[in-house]
Design a protein around this ligand. Structure first.
Ligand code: KIV
Ligand code: NA
Length: 265
């Protein structure tokens, strides 16, 4: 099996092949996703939401992210494993950002790291890339800044924010990022940015003009109850499937149906 690399991701854009990305947080899911042929598994800090039940991504730690990422990496033979650096580890000093990035690469088995932000963190991104660590940018709705935004609504709807996003995207490309995630921005802006860059954009809630798409796996499998934003396509209703299966098990145990003769020693 040939491993997807940051170079092959960039070549996909040149060939006009769309890039597929899904999040993953554990070994078992990573194995199943890897077998599906998905190009990139993102160990997102959305683990804070869907795995740990926090309202925002702010509480997840570097140690938590290393734990999730190493589990995913052990389950992946083909997909590129991309890991989020968590809030607080890379927005301040360049040295601290570099240390966090190096720890993640040494201890987790990630192949590349994702950082939220543009010009504000460009020196930190450059230092990490200079160390030989591939970086994916992330612009638009950057959930680690939710307290600045106030809502999880669509970003860059006004001219000023759209202009800043375009400048940030070019700065990230210039700094050497291999790709940029664009989250929850108008489709037209995402298409314009994608056309202006030679590196690929991966959209979530950013329309079909992006060079690839990413979804939170728990959302697309219908595991997250009552989360149905407009951009989400739900491929299963796993929450209901799990509830039904568990309820059947409970009923079987109560009715002395499980285990039967063939299910014991
Ligand atoms: O953490 C995450 O799941 C992400 C994607 C939504 C891009 O960053
Ligand atoms: Na994230």
């Amino acid at each position: 099996i040939k491993r997807v690399t940051t170079s092959s991701i960039k070549e996909m854009k040149l060939r006009g092949e769309k890039i597929s990305m899904l999040t993953g947080y554990d070994y078992t899911m990573a194995r199943a996703l890897d077998e599906s042929g998905v190009d990139v598994i993102l160990v997102g800090d959305s683990a804070a939401n869907v795995f740990a039940g926090y309202e925002t991504t702010l509480p997840i730690t570097l140690d938590n992210m290393i734990y999730h990422t190493s589990a995913v990496a052990r389950g992946c033979q083909r997909a590129l494993v991309l890991a989020d650096l968590p809030f607080g580890e890379y927005q301040g000093s360049t040295d601290k950002a570099y240390e966090a990035a190096v720890r993640m690469m040494k201890e987790s088995g990630a192949h590349a790291l994702k950082l939220e932000g543009g010009e504000e963190i460009i020196d930190n991104i450059k230092k990490i890339i200079n160390a030989g660590i591939p970086v994916c940018g992330h612009l638009g709705l950057t959930p680690q800044s939710i307290n600045k935004f106030g809502t999880f609504g669509v970003r860059a709807k006004d001219e000023a924010e759209a202009e800043k996003l375009k400048t940030d995207a070019l700065a990230l490309q210039e700094a050497g990022c291999f790709a940029i995630v664009l989250e929850k921005i108008p489709a037209q802006l995402a298409e314009e940015v994608s056309k202006s860059l030679h590196i690929p954009t991966i959209g979530i809630g950013a329309g079909n003009g992006c060079d690839g798409q990413v979804l939170v796996v728990n959302d697309m499998l219908g595991m997250t109850k009552d989360f149905k934003p407009k951009f989400l396509r739900q491929y299963l209703n796993l929450y209901q499937e799990i509830t039904n299966a568990a309820a059947q098990y409970v009923a079987d145990v109560k009715a002395l149906d499980y285990p039967n003769e063939n299910e014991q020693y």
